[in-house]
Design a protein around this ligand. Sequence first.
Ligand code: PLP
Length: 399
Amino acid sequence: MEQHHNRIYLDHAATTRTRQEAVAAMLPYFTDFYGNPSSVYDFAAEPKRAIAAARKTIADSIGASVSEIFFTSGGSESDNWALTAAAELGEKEGKKHIITTAIEHHAILHTCAYLEERGFSVTYLQSDEQGYISPEAVEKAIRPDTCLISVMAANNEIGTIEPIREIGMVARKYGILFHTDAVQAYGHMRIDVNECGIDMMSTSAHKLNGPRGVGFLYIRRGVKVRSFIRGGAQEHGRRAGTENTPGIVGFGKAAELAFAELEEHAETERKLRDHLLDRILTEIPDTVLNGPETGEKNSGRLWNNINVTFRGADAESILIMLDMQGICASGGSACASGSLDPSHVLTAIGRSEEDARASVRLTVGCENTEEEMDYTAERLKEIVARIRRMRSAEHGGDR
Ligand SMILES: *Cc1c(COP(=O)(O)O)cnc(C)c1O
């Protein structure tokens, strides 16, 4: 099926199109090679081989070995598994303190809230106003009973790339488990789990043009976290359930291509992003960029991310009007949309609730074009001006 003619998709942090090569690689595992990989007969050999090949591609991409890759249903499951299992490990040694940040994805924050109900204490580190978590703050928060540090690799709302290598070194110095939610980073930047001192890492295929519903949790050899889904002996006996063979194969293909094309994609996305961002900030008055500056080549911001406050407008109206023009964007995160709560990330970096409610996230992909950026900039200009006029007329009427 063709993409809708007029649609401009600018929500690549929410999900991405499954690339054609991944779909093509997946198809035979629905129809021809549908054998259960756990079966003993020869018909199981091909799916088993394909899963092993995907596991190898993925392990190589982060400097891990195949025995350290556990396929899951995606980022949320990986985050839930990593945190609850690490907490139980800590509990066995009487350690019930977790360090994380106030700007994590809800898969982390809600799991931490659950663990707090179970008697754990959690430190939610504040970032600076660009969203950076300082390794010194992590070190200061460590207590004798700290069992886990979990800091995301890159933020899904404002694109901040966190110093996970330095944080990993702190964790290692104190012998504390280090988990990172790398869902926004994996396939977009190179991460070596050994160089960064990572013990556990969550990823998700659909954020790198793979299929939705599959991801992996990296678990360092020797870290004895128990399984989260109990049942059969799949995934080295630690994550039960018949393997999602097509999904895993599609993830493997998407990862292989994402890493082969990584620099090229980053360059394309950065150019598109900078073009759109530049037009927004220069042509629409009263706009503020949320998150790190984009100036230098190696800035600490994901190259596809824009998050802007349109003062005196509201994100909900902007998003509805953009949608009517065929433009997909998001307010904060996809999970937070549809709720009236202002983004927890924007309020954590010091934005007022009003500014947070006037903020829009636009995340580009390498399939976008410069024409789409120009079209979006033009529509945004009109839309924001219209909303501001409407709102000032309303306020005028009140007087
Ligand atoms: C998308 C996302 C998740 C959730 O991943 P799913 O595969 O959709 O469950 C977790 N963390 C971050 C940072 C994300 O961007």
